[in-house]
Design a protein around this ligand. Structure first.
Ligand SMILES: *Cc1c(COP(=O)(O)O)cnc(C)c1O
Length: 302
């Protein structure tokens, strides 16, 4: 279950409003990998699940916001694999949304912590406290801190990056560039590490002004020069949007029949259309756009 990689599906699309010569555009439909956890969060979890089993851990624990795609994916895969899992969610206000309801229905145990405590999430003392609290509230008192497999926010650890290397190697067609939306940049780092010779990765940051993003991506082992970040398409910051972006998302979906959301993939395709119109890429090249998922049907059961 954790070792086989699915075959890549690419779909060629065209931005109808562009008339001058533009690159060939193939969409890598990783959103179709799985009906619940499709996309990069699925890639990031595969090797973490394998490590969980190898290390004989008993409980998965990870972090995120109340809308976290990562925690949604974690809840779904842990339910299917029969793994007890805890989501540590930031914010002490009353939280209720379809994503959180899905997580709870899938059996994810939720621990809410204040935003100030959440900032301590990688400190050993905080981890000791939060695992003790989880063990007491949800599990057998014999469960100790050592029984927890802890995944950082967004699934962005070495196993997560490694899982994303398969994105570049799975593509069965020839291409020049892979372009992807970037949050933490772990996905782009994996893509850059997995690139066949002569190809490049391009990231579109969805957060505002992340000067450190390129350094993080290099720290995750992306060779310098293997990737490039193109800023200016965050539309005001993470989960912020603009009317131009929302309009783009609905017309893009109408024309391509590919679902997108405004947090990640909407910003990616918006950026591509704009970059194509400005002639930013060689029109003779083939560009692969990663559809990294983020579309959930919360009414279904994992
Ligand atoms: C999390 C996420 C990303 C960003 O991934 P990073 O590895 O954090 O850069 C992109 N697209 C979607 C749909 C996501 O859920």
């Amino acid at each position: 279950m954790f070792t086989s990689w699915p075959t890549a599906i690419t779909q060629e699309i065209r931005f109808s409003s562009l008339t001058s010569p533009v690159p060939r555009l193939l969409v890598l439909r990783e959103d179709l990998l799985d009906p619940f956890v499709g996309g990069n969060k699925w890639r990031k979890l595969q090797l973490n699940l394998a490590a969980f089993a190898d290390q004989h851990k008993k409980v998965m624990l990870s972090f995120g916001g109340a809308w976290s795609n990562h925690l949604t994916a974690l809840a779904a895969v842990c339910k299917r694999a029969g793994i007890p899992a805890v989501g540590v969610i930031r914010g002490d206000e009353e939280l209720n949304n379809p994503s959180l309801s899905f997580m709870k229905r899938s059996g994810l145990k939720i621990l809410q912590v204040s935003r100030s405590d959440y900032r301590l999430r990688s400190e050993p003392d905080f981890l000791a406290m939060i695992t003790r609290r989880a063990a007491e509230e949800f599990f057998d008192p014999s469960i100790t801190a050592a029984d927890f497999y802890v995944i950082p926010e967004g699934g962005s650890n070495e196993a997560g990056v490694k899982g994303c290397e398969a994105i570049s190697t799975a593509i069965g067609v020839d291409y020049d560039l892979i372009v992807a939306a970037c949050g933490t940049g772990a996905t782009l780092a994996g893509i850059a590490r997995g690139l066949p010779a002569g190809k490049k990765a391009v990231g579109i940051p969805v957060l505002k002004g992340q000067g450190f993003l390129g350094e993080n991506i290099e720290r995750w082992g992306a060779p310098a020069g293997s990737f490039q970040l193109i800023h200016g398409y965050d539309h005001g910051g993470y989960a912020k949007s603009s009317s131009a972006l929302l309009e783009f998302c609905s017309s893009f979906q109408r024309e391509s029949h590919i679902p997108v959301e405004p947090v990640y993939t909407g910003k990616l395709f918006f950026a591509l259309r704009d970059l194509f119109s400005k002639g930013a890429f060689d029109p003779a090249s083939t560009v692969v756009a990663l559809h990294s998922g983020g579309i959930f049907n919360y009414d279904l059961e994992a």
